[in-house]
Design a protein around this ligand. Structure first.
Ligand code: CTP
Ligand code: CA
Length: 225
């Protein structure tokens, strides 16, 4: 195969990756979601597998197929993703929170289809639990990488999330820039740790993922030695 000469430098590692959007039901036929395609998370899963890692991919609904060889756990809502992530994360060496988790869910999901009886209607929303922040609270926590999709003050918000959620690394991208981020084939990232800041310039998500996986491993090895 094309991987014949690939260096299996992750062969002793187990990566648990969240990817894609979540869907929050409103009624039996409607939901709230976002534009996440899952491409970045799936590209990371693929790159980690190529490097020899065991990979568990916890994915919201996407239109792409899972890379061969990964353990795919399909979920729909943020609550389901939370349950699966907290189940699998303790087994992993590395946890990558690439999913675009819905921040809020509908307070009372209607049992029947909502009729358009009124000129105005309101939905009451409640905040979902923070998956990556709770993984970081585990006693036997893996090495943890978050993502931050921002439209402004990227470094400030990314560093804030790194600290507040107690992450080892955060990969930030400017989703306001055309052709990168949500639902795009390309991306550009800045990787922040408490100690350094590394630019990964605009490229195809497969290329970005290959670089990112290697950089994550370097930081993982630096922490564990
Ligand atoms: N995340 C998560 N669980 C949530 C919300 C976010 O695990 N309920 C993770 C994302 O997968 C990502 C990181 O937290 O790795 C940052 O997500 P982001 O949406 O940028 O940050 P939030 O904390 O949700 O803050 P805000 O949306 O207000 O910027
Ligand atoms: Ca959010």
């Amino acid at each position: 195969s094309s991987d014949f000469f690939a260096d299996k430098y992750l062969q002793d590692q187990h990566w648990v990756i969240t990817a894609g959007p979540t869907r929050e039901a409103i009624d039996p036929v409607r939901y709230i979601s976002n534009y996440s395609s899952g491409k970045m998370g799936y590209a990371i899963a693929h790159a980690a597998l190529r490097a020899g890692a065991k990979v568990t991919l916890i994915s919201g609904p996407v239109n792409i197929s899972a890379p061969r060889g990964c353990e795919l756990i399909e979920v729909t809502s943020a609550e389901q993703m939370y349950q699966q992530a907290l189940t699998y994360a303790p087994q992993g060496t590395t946890f990558i929170a690439c999913a675009a988790v819905a921040d809020y869910r509908v307070a009372d999901i209607a049992k029947e289809k909502i009729k358009k009886d009124n000129e105005h209607m309101q939905l009451s929303l409640v905040k979902n639990q923070d998956i990556v922040a709770d993984v970081a609270k585990l006693a036997n926590k893996p090495f943890i990488v978050g993502f931050a999709a921002e439209t402004q003050n990227i470094a400030h918000y990314a560093r804030g999330k790194l600290k507040r959620k107690n992450l080892d690394l955060i990969a930030a991208n400017d989703v306001a820039k055309a052709g990168q981020g949500f639902n795009s084939d390309d991306n550009a990232l800045t990787l922040y740790s408490a100690f350094d800041e590394i630019e990964i310039p605009l490229a195809n998500k497969q290329v970005i993922a290959t670089k990112l996986v290697s950089l994550i491993n370097q930081h993982y090895l630096a922490k564990s030695t």
